[in-house]
Design a binder for this molecule. Structure first.
Ligand code: IPE
Ligand code: IPE
Ligand code: MG
Length: 240
C-alpha cells in the first residue's frame, strides 16, 4: 500500500523508450514521442493528486541535438502543443510550470509559448512541474562554475566563501533560479540503468527506481508502485 504520509517531495523521471515503443509497432519515431507526451500528461496529474511537490521530467538533453533535425523539431513542437493544450487545466490546478535548461536556443515561437506558460503560472503554489529541456548536468555545473568565477573576478565573492551551497545555488534548481530541493526519487523507464547527464549534482543521495516499461506505456499505477518501492528503501546518507 502507498503510504500517503510518506510521499517524496521531489520525483524526477527520465522518460526513455519512445523510439523503441514506436519501432515495436513499426511506426515513425514521432508516434512514440506523441504517445510519450500522453503518458506524461497522466503522470503530471497523478503526481499532483498524490501531493508530490516537485516533478521534474527529462524531455530533451543537451546530447539529444545529435538526432535528426526532423526529430528534434518534432519533439519541441510536441512540448509546445502539450503546454498550450494543458495550460488552462494546469493553471486551474495551481501548477507552476518551469523549465530547467537554457531553452532560449529553441525555435523562437517555442520560446515564446513556453515563456507565456511560465509567466502565467509563476505565482501558483501547487505542484511545481519542471521540464528539463536542453538540459545537461555537466552543462549546468559548468555554467555555475563560470558564474562563480565571474563573481570572484569582480571581487564580489571571496574564495573562502565558495562551498557546496555556492555551487547548488547557481544550478537551474538553485536559489538563483528556482529553489528546488534535490530529488528523493529518480525513475528511469525502458530498462536503461544510467543517468545520461540528468541531475548529476542533485542526485548525490537520490533513490533510483528502474523499470523495463517503455515510457509511452508507463501508467499512474506504475508510478505509484515506483513510489511504493521508494518507501521501502532505508536512506542513510552516509550515517549509521
Ligand atoms: C526518450 O525516448 C525521449 C527523448 C530522448 C527525447 P527515446 O527517443 O530516447 O527512445 P529510445 O531510447 O530510442 O527508445
Ligand atoms: C535521456 O535519454 C534523455 C531524455 C529522456 C530526454 P536518451 O535516450 O537520450 O539517453 P541515452 O542516449 O540512451 O543515454
Ligand atoms: Mg532513449
Amino acid at each position: 500500500m502507498l503510504d500517503a504520509g510518506h510521499i517524496p517531495q521531489h520525483v524526477a523521471i527520465v522518460m526513455d523508450g519512445n523510439g523503441r515503443w514506436a519501432d515495436k509497432r513499426m511506426l515513425p519515431k514521432m508516434a512514440g514521442h506523441n504517445a510519450g507526451m500522453k503518458a506524461m500528461k497522466e503522470i503530471v496529474k497523478c503526481a499532483d493528486q498524490l501531493g508530490v511537490k516537485y516533478l521534474t521530467v527529462y524531455a530533451f538533453s543537451t546530447e539529444n541535438w545529435k538526432r535528426s533535425v526532423e526529430e528534434v523539431s518534432g519533439i519541441f513542437k510536441l512540448i509546445v502543443i502539450y503546454v498550450d493544450s494543458e495550460l488552462k487545466e494546469l493553471h486551474g490546478n495551481n501548477v507552476n510550470v518551469s523549465i530547467l535548461g537554457d531553452y532560449s536556443m529553441l525555435p523562437k515561437d517555442s520560446v515564446q509559448r513556453l515563456g507565456y506558460a511560465i509567466e502565467t503560472t509563476k505565482n501558483n503554489t501547487g505542484l511545481r512541474f519542471n521540464i528539463a529541456l536542453n538540459y545537461g548536468g555537466r552543462d549546468e555545473i559548468s555554467r555555475a562554475v563560470k558564474s562563480i568565477a565571474e563573481e570572484a573576478k569582480a571581487g564580489t565573492l571571496e574564495l573562502p566563501d565558495i562551498n557546496e551551497d555556492t555551487i547548488s545555488s547557481r544550478l537551474w534548481t538553485g536559489s538563483h533560479h528556482a529553489d528546488i530541493p534535490d530529488p528523493e526519487l529518480i525513475i528511469r523507464t525502458s530498462n536503461e540503468m544510467r543517468l545520461s547527464n540528468f541531475l548529476l549534482w542533485q542526485s548525490a543521495y537520490s533513490e533510483f527506481v528502474f523499470t523495463q516499461t517503455l515510457w509511452p506505456d508507463f501508467t499512474p499505477d506504475e508510478f505509484k508502485r515506483c513510489i511504493m518501492e521508494f518507501q521501502e528503501r532505508k536512506r542513510r546518507f552516509g550515517g549509521r
